[in-house]
Design a protein. Structure first.
Lengths: 480, 279
């Protein structure tokens, strides 16, 4: 029996996108000093949504000065309790305007409304709420007595979870008493600009949050600005290393959330139907644009055929298409450039001898799309087993013994996430101990929470975000 | 009259005491300018050998129970106590201090070692957490060792700084390649002799003597070193180390000359584990 779904589009009437946006500096939207504008498009139909500003080095300087003055004159003079109340306000406004954010995020990013509505935006609000409560309790955070903020923090965030990554960065920075200069990703600036309005509605003192749109050159100007005391970056390992080198000779503190090539390990005794759901969630959540995606499926050899059959069946039910349709599972690839990268890596899989499988699915003609895909016959030397694809492409690798699984899982310079599927408790804990990864999901995958520290081992980054551990990124204490 | 049997100060790599493969040594003078010893001048190859030995020893040391590691570190303090006279004479010779001052330092160094020993099984309690996530999940975070850590030993003292450079790294379950301070190599080697007879497996601690300036770039570029304590480096060299060490995102820090759990947790990674709750 085949179920047909009628279209169930979420209305876009709730969002009010301006044709052009200025930069948000010192509580005002101001034009750039000499910066051009660039378009941001809806990746599901390639329609231009708005034109935003390319912030220049002069704009960065202006924003840093505003943040620095706000730090000196207002933000550092406020008690933690008062600071916290601003964060509570922001959390509440985000909840009040959640649907608006969800729709806008889906339009600018291409991800399904189901995810922005149920995951991105509620988690972003939760992040502010959680950190609001920390603001007056920092002496109890286990970082030593009276930990101090850094001052002005430069934050550069990616396009895969634009609003959620903003929350991961801005909430702890403000709760700990820092002021912020934030650059959203080039392809997804709109929710950050809407967040600027939230800051205004919350009456956040001027200069505490400054938002500069732009490309990598704006990011570099932030990283290299002498008035910035700390950099927090989420993005590729390649750029992360460049930033680490750039700030090596400065006093700037640095935290990095970088790439991953997460292993999702399926043992023979795993509950198979739940596991299939977990595999799907691990790689197809957010089109696979997830640094902690379970992009390497390590399956015990004797259950491979059964698992792949069920996976194929489940993948054939994935609904690919209009991100604003409430029934859509897999939305658009965020950009042309990312689509080309996914295609290139998938083609390398073909060329290196792996076998590609995708379900029959009709992809829209306009926009950037890639079908849910897995490769079998993948060796550990293949590029699709080593490089982060950042798309809906799963590499299937087999193992025979638990120690072989661990060895293969750890055979990567990354160390962000891993999954374990088994019915045996002692095996879960043993595997979790052996895996060199910062986040381990056992019999689940891709779960996030403001109370749960997130971050990577090895080349997946420096530091943690979320929980008590995430606070230390924004505080100078005796221990961190 | 009896002629003293003098000690040859050699490297400590993988539980062995080799000379430098380069065949080089350097002349070490005491505080008054008299000849003291010819310690080995470690080469890039010696460093690489030490990394191989350290990596091979890493898994067993990291997976030893914290209580076990704690007892082994305490054992080092016990054996140090038996070598007090030797440490005292080396501190006097290298620093030119009085016997009373040297005794004070040696006592403090042994006590510091005991202090770090006690941290092994406290760190995860104090610096880990259980996290009250929304939804039906059990979620906990625990610090784990990063692996292989190199330590440039500071020169504010001839013995205490070595303890700061080695003990906390071991405490967290990491293995170490200590690069002794150029001016104060003797206590470092004598401490490695203590370590060799204290239930610490070969490779867990490796000690190189030589020119810091020569070894720093090789430490920075070695892709199998996970972290570096740069306390013993000049600021310019430390910044270069940070820049070059970014190629594999080494964890690189320097510390104030005082005991702190910061020295332990800096070389630990927090691992968070999620599991659903249900029946």
């Amino acid at each position: 029996m085949k179920f047909e779904y009628a279209p169930a589009p979420e209305s876009t009437a709730i969002v009010d996108i301006q044709s052009e946006y200025n930069l948000f500096i010192d509580d005002k939207f101001v034009p750039s000093k000499g910066g051009k504008r660039f378009e941001t498009i809806n990746p599901s139909n390639e329609k231009v949504l708005s034109r935003v500003t390319q912030a220049t080095a002069a704009d960065v300087d202006k924003a840093v000065k505003a943040a620095s003055e706000a730090y000196r004159k207002t933000w550092s003079k406020l008690s933690g309790a008062q600071r916290g109340k601003y964060l509570f306000r922001i959390a509440r406004i985000l909840q009040e305007r959640a649907r608006e954010f969800a729709v806008l995020e889906s339009m600018d990013n291409g991800k399904p409304i189901r995810e922005t509505r149920d995951t991105d935006i509620p988690l972003a609000a939760a992040h502010f709420f959680y950190h609001a409560g920390w603001a007056d309790k920092l002496d109890y955070a286990g970082l030593g007595k009276n930990p101090k903020p850094h001052g002005v923090v430069g934050q550069i965030i990616p396009w895969n979870f634009p609003m959620l990554m903003l929350a991961w960065k801005v909430a702890p920075a403000l709760a700990t008493g820092n002021t912020v200069v934030l650059k959203p990703a080039e392809t997804t600036p709109l929710t950050a600009l809407l967040f600027a309005e939230v800051c205004q509605q919350a009456d956040l003192p001027k200069g505490v949050v400054n938002i500069l749109t732009g490309d990598g050159s704006t990011g570099a100007a932030i990283v290299n600005h002498p008035g910035i005391n700390k950099i927090a970056f989420t993005g590729s390992t390649e750029v992360g290393k460049i930033i680490a080198k750039s700030v090596a000779s400065s006093k700037k503190a640095l935290t990095l959330e970088l790439g991953g090539k997460g292993a999702n390990i399926i043992f023979e005794d795993a509950p198979i139907d739940e596991t299939v759901e977990g595999v799907i969630n691990g790689i197809f959540f957010n089109q696979g644009h997830v640094c902690c995606a379970g992009s390497r499926l390590l399956v015990q050899e004797n259950i491979k055929d059964e698992l792949l059959e069920k996976l194929k069946r489940r993948m054939s039910l994935i609904r690919v298409g209009d991100p604003l349709d409430k029934n859509t599972d897999l939305g658009a690839i965020n950009s042309q450039a990312q689509l080309m990268k996914i295609r290139e890596l998938a083609e390398s899989g073909d060329a290196e001898g792996a076998q590609r499988w995708s379900p029959q699915c009709q992809l829209p003609e306009k926009g950037f799309w890639f079908p849910p895909t897995f490769f079998t016959g993948v060796s550990q030397a293949h590029r699709i087993a080593r490089e982060e694809i950042f798309g809906p492409v799963l590499s299937v690798i087999t193992f025979r013994t638990p120690s072989e699984a661990i060895e293969k899982a750890n055979n990567t310079p990354f160390g962000l996430s891993a999954g374990i599927w088994t019915d045996k408790g002692s095996r879960i804990l043993w595997s979790a101990q052996q895996l060199k990864a910062g986040v381990i999901w056992a019999n689940t995958f891709n779960k996030f929470d403001p109370a749960s520290p997130f971050g990577g081992y090895k080349e997946s980054g420096w530091g943690r975000e979320g929980g008590r551990h995430g606070l230390s990124a924004y505080l100078k204490g005796d221990f961190s | 009259m009896r002629v003293d049997v003098k000690k040859t100060y050699k490297l400590f790599i993988g539980g062995q005491f080799p000379r430098s493969e380069s065949g080089r040594s350097y002349e070490l003078l005491d505080a008054k300018g008299n000849f003291l010893a010819n310690p080995a001048l470690a080469s890039r190859k010696d460093l690489r050998d030490a990394v191989v030995a350290a990596r091979a020893a890493s898994e067993k040391w990291a997976s030893a129970s914290a209580f076990n590691r704690s007892q082994i570190l305490y054992r080092v303090a016990e054996v140090m106590e038996g070598r007090r006279e030797q440490f005292v004479s080396e501190v006097m010779a290298q620093e030119g201090v009085t016997k009373a001052q040297a005794i004070k330092q040696v006592d403090a160094a042994i006590d510091l070692w005991v202090w770090y020993a006690g941290w092994c099984d406290k760190i995860p309690t104090i610096f880990g957490s259980t996290n009250p996530v929304s939804g039906s999940f059990y979620n906990f975070t625990t610090p784990e060792p990063v692996g292989v850590v190199a330590a440039f030993i500071d020169g504010s003292s001839s013995l205490i700084d070595i303890v700061h450079g080695i003990a906390p790294i071991l405490s967290g379950g990491n293995v170490v390649i200590a690069i002794a301070n150029e001016e104060y190599p003797l206590c470092a080697i004598t401490l490695s002799e203590v370590i060799a007879t204290s239930d610490i497996s070969g490779g867990v601690v490796n000690v190189l003597t030589g020119r810091t300036e020569e070894l720093t770039p090789w430490v920075a570029s070695h892709m199998d070193i996970d972290g570096v304590d740069g306390s013993g480096l000049e600021m310019a060299a430390y910044e270069t180390l940070k820049r070059d060490g970014a190629d594999n995102l080494k964890r690189i820090y320097r510390f104030k000359a005082e005991g702190s759990p910061q020295r332990i947790i800096s070389f630990m990674e927090n691992k968070t584990v999620w599991h659903p709750i249900g029946i």
